[in-house]
Ligand binder design. Structure first.
Ligand code: ADP
Ligand code: MG
Length: 243
């Protein structure tokens, strides 16, 4: 169980997240949609303190972090309970696919090198990239790089996987292989919080879709309901713009 209460983030005088409340059940897949600049990335980044929220509570299983009083140990625990998939892959250019997957296992999770390597190889097999284990990011296609990015997050076996527009930076030809891999991750009952503009994918994969606008959650409902019978005018107008 994941529970977020009153999560607030300001950059200088601008409030980007305005007291966000959100609950996510174990194994639930929640998709966040909304206009650009509305705080979707910031919400994901605040959940593992890539951005530090000014206030609010984050509860992931037994871990309970109060943003105002978060200690280094709290932040490390949060970062161990979450795994982030970035829009631009954020792979280390000087490390191979296998080493990219091993990195956080060794440095953050303190898993012995040999075990981390085994886990990396097994994830590479699951992502269909066994033959790319020793390849560097520049020799991989965008789709392959993002599959490594997702594999790196899978290897962490964390409570919550955060995806920030994982297909937005891809050439169209690579989108489907990345979405296919995300479907496979979903089949394992992995709890997922996904920001995406792929509405068809959202309809298919989401248990619940959350519409954000100007730093607030405006509407939250199962996909049939949210897309089929939107209530708030801002959501209606957003859906008209993207269709
Ligand atoms: P979204 O992902 O929905 O497009 P973001 O979370 O990236 O929106 O950004 C929300 C707002 O916060 C935007 O107005 C953006 O300019 C601002 N913002 C994001 N990151 C920073 C930062 N590091 N410093 C200052 N402003 C930021
Ligand atoms: Mg964003």
């Amino acid at each position: 169980m994941i529970s977020i209460r009153g999560l607030t983030k300001r950059f200088d005088a601008t409030t980007v997240l305005n007291a966000i409340d959100l609950d996510i059940a174990d194994g639930e897949r929640v998709v966040i949609i909304g206009p650009s600049g509305t705080g979707k990335s910031t919400l994901l980044r605040c959940l593992n303190f890539l951005d530090r929220p000014q206030s609010g509570q984050i509860r992931i299983g037994d871990l309970h972090v109060n943003a105002e009083k978060a200690t280094k140990a709290d932040i490390l625990s949060l970062q161990r309970s979450t795994a982030f998939v970035f829009q631009n892959y954020a792979l280390f250019a000087n490390k191979t696919a296998k080493e990219n997957i091993m990195e956080a296992l060794v440095t953050v999770q303190k898993i012995p090198e040999a075990e981390a390597e085994q886990r990396a190889l097994s994830v590479l097999a699951e992502t269909g990239l066994s033959d790319k284990a020793d390849s560097y990011p520049t020799s991989l296609s965008g789709g392959q790089q993002q599959r490594v990015g997702i594999g790196r997050a899978m290897a962490l076996q964390s409570d919550l996987m955060l995806f920030d527009e994982p297909t937005s930076a891809l050439d169209p030809e690579w989108v489907s292989e990345v979405l296919d891999l995300m479907r496979r991750v979903a089949e394992r009952k992995q709890t997922m919080l996904i920001v995406t503009h792929e509405m068809q994918f959202a309809k298919e994969i989401a248990d619940r879709v959350v519409f954000m606008d100007e730093g607030r959650i405006v509407e939250s409902a199962p996909p049939d309901e949210l897309f089929g019978a939107p209530k708030d005018e801002r959501l209606k107008s957003f859906l008209r713009r993207i269709n």
